[in-house]
Design a protein around this ligand. Structure first.
Ligand code: NDP
Length: 480
């Protein structure tokens, strides 16, 4: 069985514990590789390697670092098929999705920040007759990047790329559930000539390897994407050490559909925003609110399309949904469907596992699920399920839908469908969310601020926001 290795100080190393964790293929339920079960000793080695590399890496011109990171982007692009197959196998997502979204986006993350750092500038503030201030922006030092399993390489690189181009040395941990493309990335970095110790990838469990990164005094900043409960724990642990923190956490995003929208465009996009990546995207719209005049029309069309959606093994090019990432996660999603029924919900579509033919018969497949007849305050409508499960709810007024939309503890993203310009602005303005899409979903410009409000996180990623996070400003005053 293949054993993955940590990438520390430019070398491929076994975990100091000598222990490994099973890595499952969710499409078959079989173990197909082994992941290092790293602990604080591996993290310590990574910190030492990063410390050694820091003077060279931070001392390079931004342009040189950018050029090096572009080589990493090119290295992934050159091995596109290998990365696509690996991501799909590790996560259960359709190959077509990995090919069109995950891996191209990982390439873009590196090339975007490779270029962005060449355009990044610090500020100067002139005080007439007094003097002037100029602000320098230096790398922080050693930073930690921790990412989840839903968009494995996509989110891993979204953190690593800005951290590296800014001159930091990085210790990164992918989710232990989906480590494979991070492992391939270490090979790309080694072959691209990234200096040893600049990027260190430590595999293992969050509570062991991840925790060791968070508590290490020499790791000065943590960029974390994952669940709100984990985020809370990290914030509690890191805050007394005065670490810089960027937390991208959970969501329970509203999708608000007004009667005056472009119905066909809304319907096809709502299919994606509900069920893409098996509903396991933090930006998926899991609470769908539909203006009453089109509620029945929407319900009928949405249920028909959902019933026809192809759930299949990830290598099937016809698959619109593949496997859920893990057995525990599938069981969690199923338990929420049971909860919804207990809360009075009516399952209009799905609600069950899909029995696939061999060799996929032990895989983790769920039907896309639509539930109606639930109050907006119930647990099903308040807690993050993070699977292919949506609720639909009618509304009569803007005020009512805004109350429902803003009622959860989360505030990551929202979608609004209307052709009324002022209404679009009005509603977007009042939504408690870090990101609002009007008449589309998941359109991403990498320059824009990305992140949530309330329990969806602290800080923003993307563009200058990310480069600012990964640098420390210092203002210097010079008397005139
Ligand atoms: P988790 O919070 O369980 O894990 C995220 C990462 O943190 C994993 O690498 C995990 O390792 C690690 N981790 C767990 N415990 C600790 C710890 N004590 N110290 C340090 N690291 C730790 O999230 P999931 O992987 O289950 O991802 C799903 C969640 O991510 C959802 O809530 C989703 O909304 C959110 N998410 C948010 C996004 C955003 O941009 N706001 C984008 C995508 C997802 P391990 O896997 O080994 O436990």
């Amino acid at each position: 069985m293949e054993k993955l290795r940590n990438y520390i100080g430019g070398a491929f190393l076994e975990p100091s514990t000598g222990e490994y964790i099973d890595n499952y293929d969710p499409s078959t339920g079989e173990v197909y590789s082994l992941i290092p079960n790293s602990d604080d000793k591996d993290v310590e080695m990574a910190v030492e390697a990063a410390q050694k590399a820091f003077p060279l890496w931070s001392g390079m011109l931004a342009e040189e670092r950018g050029n090096m990171i572009q080589k990493v982007a090119d290295g992934i692009a050159a091995r596109m098929d290998e990365f696509v197959a690996a991501e799909s196998r590790d996560n259960g997502k359709p190959v077509s999705l990995a090919r069109h979204v995950d891996i191209p986006r990982a390439v873009s993350n590196f090339s975007f920040f490779a270029s962005a750092i060449k355009h990044f500038a610090s500020e100067s503030h002139y005080m007439e007759g007094v003097g002037f201030n100029y602000t320098t922006r230096k790398p922080i030092g050693i930073v930690g990047c921790i990412s989840p399993w839903n968009l494995p390489l996509y989110l891993f690189t979204w953190k690593i790329a800005p951290a590296l181009v800014s001159g930091n040395c990085v210790i990164a941990k992918p989710s232990e559930i989906t480590p494979y493309t991070a492992y391939l990335l270490s090979d790309v970095c080694a072959k691209a000539g990234l200096p040893a110790g600049v990027l260190n990838i430590v595999h293992g469990l969050g509570q062991k390897a991840g925790e060791a990164m968070v508590v290490h005094p020499k790791v000065k900043a943590i960029s974390f994407t994952g669940g709100t409960v984990t985020g809370e724990h990290i914030a509690r642990t890191a805050a007394p050490m005065f670490k810089k923190l960027s937390l991208e956490l959970g969501g329970k995003n509203p999708n608000i559909i007004f009667a005056d929208c472009d119905f066909d465009k809304m319907l096809s996009t709502t299919m994606r925003s509900s069920f893409a990546n098996q509903g396991q995207i933090c930006l998926c719209g899991s609470r769908i609110f539909v203006e009453r005049p089109i509620y029945e029309k929407f319900k009928e069309a949405f249920v028909a399309k959902t019933n026809a959606l192809v759930v299949s093994n990830p290598t099937d090019e016809k698959a619109k949904m593949g496997a859920i990432v893990s057995k525990p996660h599938m069981e969690k999603v199923l338990s929420y469907i049971e909860l919804a029924k207990e809360e009075g919900g009516i399952v209009l579509s799905g609600g069950t596992q899909v029995q696939m033919p061999a060799p996929y018969d032990k895989g983790y497949y769920l039907r896309p699920t639509i539930i109606e007849n639930l109050p907006y305050t119930c647990r099903t409508n308040q807690e993050e399920i993070f699977g292919p499960v949506v609720t639909i709810t009618p509304f009569d007024t803007e005020e009512e839908v805004l109350t429902m939309a803003n009622s959860t503890k989360y505030g990551l993203s929202a979608t609004v469908w209307t052709n009324h310009l002022q209404k679009a602005h009005r509603v977007a303005d009042q939504l408690e969310a870090g990101i609002v899409w009007v008449n589309d979903w998941l359109v991403r410009d990498l320059r824009t601020p990305f992140g949530g409000v309330k329990a969806s996180g602290v800080g923003r990623e993307g563009g200058w926001e990310a480069l600012r996070f990964f640098t420390e400003p210092k203002n210097i005053f010079i008397k005139q």
